[in-house]
Design a protein around this ligand. Structure first.
Ligand code: CA
Length: 528
């Protein structure tokens, strides 16, 4: 049976070499798969019904999960847009690829797009890029400048700029399909299709806005979290649904007489009372009634943007089907990080808490991935580039810090697969006053260190998946904490993240023996 399959592949390869393949050829040169990487911006896994969402239904993403594998533990190692994109391209952590915050990506460094292009892939980048420099390693690119806009967006192309009328999610899908239609069919393709949605300011198109207008969205259990027992970080942060959404976020309409700067000032106010109309009657909302209304307004718009993404993923999958490309195309759906959907009272991301770092990651690859499966294998975004390399049959460059997920995709998670990963967020104080921190997440626990304040949080994820109970100061946890600090240090060392370690060695609270020797700034010897 095995040799029969090989014979078919060989024959197809010969035919491809002898004559131009038909336009709808399902296989590609040497049988290498096409790779379609669809990534959204800020789409939380808990707003996908395949992940158990209680707030929306996403039939097209669910279809992908039914036909592929759903990763339940995929994480961003620095949960913010630009660094995640640089990590995905390079397979490296922020301190190695140089993009820790919003700094410009140095496009002269190796990327997975360059490697695949050199190996004969036709490479494309469509949509949100957000890396400051021009794309390199792509045969074709059309990108949004910076964050881009939702309506009638301008795009950057190698020749300059072009503005396209319409809604950004529809347009990016159209451009992705154009790329696929116009590709050379004697090469496999690698396409990064990056949506702007559902990033703030959450501007839906009319069709999807209507689907969520007035719809009641269930509140998360931790919406009114009062941060008891947590460090200063949550208390001081400014990404709170009740207090930090602006009139612009809430889609309140400025008085007609306001123009220019006065209009912008009005829109940037974080309102403490709002006048709405109910059944033709005006009503002023304050206090918790206003808080509940703000959550609804935020989520209605966010979910309407997600619904357009889902429709457009469906459109792209249908196009692959019609073109006969389904069977030899590896399709991935992910987001550059997770997002708080009112969890802990928050919107946005940045923090090392689960809703922020958890990336949706769904992979369909007929004949390789078993349909309708899930995996708990811990994946991180530095793994994506090595995975693309391995899927293309190429060696993983030794300087990539992630690990190929290919065996996990094949249902054979290696015995030595990781059980922990290192996280680090740099932007401080940043747009939302979220303090810099780093930490380690294992299968069962999470230790977060807000190093500028020398404050720790410890969570037992088995008993407290919502991360409400900081156990760091409980004497019974001393051994767990010591073990996590050892692991944190091991990961930092292995990943060559030595700067904070050297500059700001954490103090010795009695249980952090493995932290650096302050006299030499060298790591202390590991306990046997
Ligand atoms: Ca993002």
């Amino acid at each position: 049976m095995k040799s029969f399959v090989l014979l078919i592949l060989t024959t197809t390869g010969l035919l491809a070499a002898l004559a131009p393949p038909p336009a709808a050829a399902a296989t590609t040169a040497a049988g290498r798969p096409n790779i379609l990487f669809i990534m959204t911006d800020d789409h939380a896994a808990h707003a996908i019904s395949a992940y158990g969402s209680v707030v929306n239904q996403t039939p097209h993403l669910d279809r992908l999960a039914k036909e592929g594998v759903r990763f339940d533990r995929c994480f961003a190692v620095n949960s913010i847009c630009t660094p995640s994109r640089a990590t995905i391209l390079t397979g490296k952590y922020s301190h190695i690829n140089g993009v820790t915050v919003f700094n410009r990506f140095d496009g002269s460094q190796p990327t997975v797009a360059k490697h695949l292009q050199a190996a004969g892939y036709h490479t494309g980048m469509i949509g949100k890029w957000h890396l400051g420099s021009q794309p390199t390693g792509f045969d074709h690119w059309t990108i949004l400048p910076g964050q881009g806009v939702y309506f009638n967006p301008t795009f950057l192309v190698p020749e300059g700029k072009t503005q396209i009328q319409g809604y950004v999610t529809d347009i990016i899908t159209d451009l992705a399909i154009d790329f696929l239609k116009n590709r050379p069919t004697n090469q496999p393709f690698f396409l990064m299709c990056h949506h702007k949605a559902p990033h703030r300011s959450w501007d839906p198109d009319e069709k999807h806005k209507a689907m969520f207008a007035g719809k009641h969205i269930p509140e998360p259990a931790t919406l009114r979290d009062n941060y008891d027992g947590r460090t200063d970080a949550l208390h001081e942060n400014k990404q709170r649904v009740f207090y930090d959404l602006t009139r612009n976020d809430l889609k309140l309409v400025p008085p007609a007489e306001l123009t220019g700067q006065a209009r912008n000032q009005w829109l940037n106010v974080k309102p403490t009372e709002v006048e709405i109309e109910v059944n033709g009657q005006k009503k002023v909302l304050t206090g918790d009634e206003l808080n509940a209304w703000k959550y609804q307004r935020y989520m209605q718009d966010y979910l309407a943007c997600v619904q357009s993404v889902d429709d457009n993923v469906g459109r792209l999958l249908a196009w692959l089907d019609a073109a006969g490309l389904r069977d030899n195309t590896l399709v991935i759906y992910t987001s550059d990080q997770g997002f708080f959907l009112g969890d802990h009272g928050l919107y946005d991301k940045r923090f090392m808490y689960e809703p922020s770092i958890h990336m949706p990651f769904i992979v369909r690859w007929p004949g390789v991935v078993h349909p309708a499966t899930t995996t708990d294998a811990m994946a991180i975004n530095p793994d994506f580039a090595p995975t693309f390399m391995a899927a293309a049959g190429l060696p993983v460059p030794p300087d990539m810090q992630g690990r190929s997920l290919l065996p996990v995709l094949q249902g054979r998670t290696p015995a030595d697969w990781r059980h922990s990963f290192y996280y680090r967020y740099y932007h401080d104080p940043g747009d939302h006053n979220t303090r810099a921190h780093y930490g380690v997440r294992t299968d069962t626990h999470k230790l977060i260190y807000f190093w500028k304040k020398d404050q720790y949080e410890l969570y037992d994820l088995r008993n407290d998946p919502g991360e409400m109970h900081n156990l760091y100061n409980e004497p019974a946890q001393a051994e767990v904490i010591a073990g996590l600090k050892t692991e944190l240090l091991r990961l930092k060392h292995d990943l060559n993240d030595t700067d904070q370690w050297a500059l700001q060695p954490p103090p010795d609270p009695g249980v952090d023996g493995p932290f650096p020797d302050k006299s030499t700034n060298q790591p202390a010897a590991k306990k046997p």
